[in-house]
Design a protein around this ligand. Structure first.
Ligand code: G
Ligand code: G
Ligand code: MN
Ligand code: NA
Length: 251
């Protein structure tokens, strides 16, 4: 209850923060986009993980204010980067009902001057299960504007495969559980390789999440058709200033 009251205040007072984690092209090792991730540092309890406060915000009905704030900030930051890399934003199932997402995104793109093709909306399978019909029409509207649509945490939800062809995805983000053992376990590597191939067959950009070691990167490069990688091996999520510098230095 205390946490809920404090979260409401933090959202109202603009006390949330945003960090950005780069996604790299596996072959060139250039940054291709950055995922925006929200942060909340409680004045007394310190950092509260999004896995804790996002569900709270959903329950409280204030997730759309967070989403709106994230989209405005993320597009603004992205516009300031020295090379035209993209920016990814996570949306919650509730956002499909709670807010006019296309209107909100149009406004953010206009205000920031960012090209629609540089914005990427990340949706989880869980969000799609909860709001299947609505999500389908909203995502189609966004895709028609040229916005990229990523299926996030792929492989961790239920009945994932049916969504892949039914919805207008442009990108598949394979969950990090498919990456963690690939350097030691040949079967884990075969599984990742086949999931990646499925994505490529459907003309999706294929991303592997949670790449933590050089060994993982090397086997991925030689044995799979994964095109982009994200993970601690390259970079943790960084404050806006640091990610801008990283882009300037590496791209
Ligand atoms: O580092 P990390 O703890 O940031 O993220 C944990 C999870 O929190 C992510 O998998 C993501 O789904 C969720 N998350 C992070 N930022 C946002 C956000 O801005 N909006 C939503 N809806 N979820 C987010
Ligand atoms: O679910 P989503 O992909 O939106 O959230 C990304 C989450 O994964 C964030 O919490 C981020 O901090 C975390 N993350 C990013 N890279 C790595 C990694 O290499 N290893 C692990 N364990 N977590 C990661
Ligand atoms: Mn994500
Ligand atoms: Na993920």
């Amino acid at each position: 209850q205390r946490l809920k009251a404090d979260l409401r205040e933090a959202v109202a007072e603009g006390e949330l923060g945003l960090v950005f984690q780069p996604l790299l092209d596996i072959a060139t090792r250039k940054v291709v986009s950055c995922e925006a991730l929200v942060r909340w540092t409680h004045p007394e309890f310190g950092p509260i993980p999004p896995a804790t406060f996002i569900p709270l915000a959903e329950e409280m009905g204030i997730i759309s204010s967070i989403t709106a704030w994230v989209i405005e900030n993320a597009t603004h930051e992205c516009r300031s980067w020295s090379s035209p890399v993209g920016v990814g934003v996570n949306v919650s199932a509730r956002d499909f009902r709670g807010v006019d997402l296309p209107a909100l995104i149009d406004r953010a793109l206009t205000q920031s001057g960012l090209a629609p093709g540089r914005l990427e909306i990340e949706v989880t399978e869980t969000a799609l299960i909860e709001e299947r019909d609505l999500a389908g029409s909203v995502l189609q509207t966004l895709a028609d504007k040229g916005i990229a649509i990523a299926l996030d945490d792929f492989g961790t939800g239920y009945s994932s495969l049916s969504y892949l062809s039914a919805l207008p995805f442009t990108k598949l983000k394979i969950d990090r559980s498919f990456v963690v053992d690939i350097a030691e376990d040949p079967r884990a590597l075969r599984l990742l390789a086949n999931v990646a191939r499925l994505g490529r067959d459907l003309d999706l950009m294929v991303v592997a999440e949670g790449v933590e070691t050089e060994e993982q990167l090397n086997v991925m490069l030689s044995e799979t058709s994964v095109q982009q990688v994200q993970g601690y091996f390259f970079s943790r999520p960084l404050p806006a200033k640091d990610v801008a510098e990283l882009i300037e230095r590496f791209n």
